[in-house]
Design a protein around this ligand. Structure first.
Ligand SMILES: Cc1cc2nc3c(=O)[nH]c(=O)nc-3n(C[C@H](O)[C@H](O)[C@H](O)COP(=O)(O)O)c2cc1C
Length: 264
């Protein structure tokens, strides 16, 4: 089986603290984001775009409301988000876009901003016109960005209830045997457990194999599975780093394998 290495991004330790704080917000107060925060986020996204993953986040400082094309029903109806990040990548780069997109989202969360991944409820064509797409590139998703209203309305409450947005599968199901894993791998698994996934379907499963931490997705997973896998990879890496372990990813079609770097 051919495995390719996957370039990691340099990350900020504050992203670890952001993991349990991040939630998807769909109703924003409409106020523009502080330009200093946007500049900071823009620096992060430039660094991420240069990391060589093939994914390219683009900051839309003033996102036209039309990019948030709501679906029928309450899922994905975004109100009042002043800014967005367009998550651009090559056609087949879902995993890379997930990884890099979640890095931007955790960076924004660490800066005190509210976000929501949108892979379904956005206007890809309209967003594409704003970001100057290269050949073979497309906008895989966008992230809404701003400050959420403090009191969510009926529509968002309904969305969260339908998705059971706060609920996660137990690690005994997604990472069987995790109690016996090294501390860094347990941290990685917990960080993956908290990760956002399309429609909260949680397709990722984890195992240890020959000292490496492996994430795969279930067969017949929801269509956002490759984005979800990339997001899980970023979370796992941030979790492992918190426990003092850095390493390298290699990927094949169905799974991603994190091999810890030998420490001297
Ligand atoms: C790849 C991806 C795509 C998503 N697309 C949408 C979307 O189109 N509309 C929406 O309202 N939420 C979307 N979400 C948000 C999920 O529904 C949310 O992450 C999940 O329900 C868990 O809730 P939480 O993020 O508050 O923890 C998406 C999340 C991910 C990771």
């Amino acid at each position: 089986m051919t495995r390719n290495t996957f370039p990691s991004v340099e990350f900020d330790p504050a992203w670890f603290e952001a993991i349990p704080r991040r939630v998807s917000s769909r109703r924003f107060d409409g106020a523009p984001v502080d330009p200093v925060l946007l500049d900071r986020l823009d620096q992060t996204r430039r660094r991420l775009a240069a990391a060589g993953t093939g994914a390219r986040p683009v900051l839309l400082r003033q996102a036209p409301p039309q990019v948030f094309a709501g679906l029928i029903g309450s899922y994905g109806r975004i109100e009042g988000a002043p800014s967005a990040i367009a998550l651009v990548g090559r056609e087949a780069a879902g995993r890379e876009v997930g990884y890099v997109g979640e890095a931007v989202i955790l960076d924004a969360t660490a800066a005190g901003l509210d976000t929501c991944w949108l892979a379904a409820a956005f206007d890809a064509e309209r967003t594409g016109e704003l970001v100057d797409l290269g050949e073979h590139e497309r906008v895989h998703a966008i992230a809404a960005l701003g400050t959420a209203v403090t009191k969510i309305g009926v529509s968002e409450r309904l969305t969260r209830a339908t998705l059971r947005a706060r609920s996660r599968l137990p690690l005994d199901k997604t990472a069987p045997g995790h109690e016996g894993w090294p501390k860094w791998a347990q941290e990685a698994a917990e960080a993956v457990r908290l990760a956002p996934t399309g429609a909260n379907r949680q397709p990722c499963r984890m195992r240890m194999d020959d000292g490496s931490f492996v994430i795969s997705t279930v067969p017949k997973a929801y269509w956002t599975a490759s984005l979800d896998l990339g997001i899980a990879m970023l979370h796992a890496e941030v979790g492992a780093a918190q426990a003092g372990v850095r390493g390298e990813w290699s990927v094949d079609a169905d799974e991603a394998r994190f091999a810890p770097r030998a420490t001297s």
